[in-house]
Design a protein around this ligand. Sequence first.
Ligand code: IMP
Ligand code: MG
Length: 178
Amino acid sequence: MKEKISVYISEEDTRKKIKELGKKITEDYKNVEGKLLLVSILKGAVVFMTDLMREIDLPLSIDFMIVSSYGSGTVSRGNVKIIKDLDINISDYNILIVEDILDSGYTLSKIIEMLKTRNPKSLKLCSFLNKPDRRVANVELDYCGFVIPDEFIVGYGLDYDEKYRNLPYVGILHFEEE
Ligand code: IMP
Ligand code: MG
């Protein structure tokens, strides 16, 4: 089968949306007491994170986590394992989790549950994409870029088999007979 990608959200629309989100986050946090920490989940969210942080006009720090959902392919599993944890104690921080896509919600719900036990000053979620049709775990987003249909998405950080993360736009992956 041949992999084919159709553009779903253009590079320009992606950029516009990131600016909007950055502006909103700046407004919302500018009078909030305590430090701001953006926490991104590797690897998919790294492109969104690096763009978004430059649109937030406030002092902030960043940190990364690596988690794995057991199983491979295009379906996320319920078991989420922490491979790399945060480097710092988060009790002084307002945490904003920055994710690429909210799909089943397993990954985020597990991370939220874990970070809440460490008593951050506040905890909010920002996901670039939201695929509500596939939600299993109940997760509420505070900031969302685009709501998308139940399709397999690549580009702008998202991969299929580790490919296509570097596409500057969001695409839908299709398989065609060769
Ligand atoms: P969850 O199902 O909400 O736990 O999503 C877990 C992770 O699966 C996301 O953070 C993405 O890295 C990945 N994922 C979910 N849907 C897609 C997709 O359409 N394309 C590429 N990766 C995806
Ligand atoms: Mg991810």
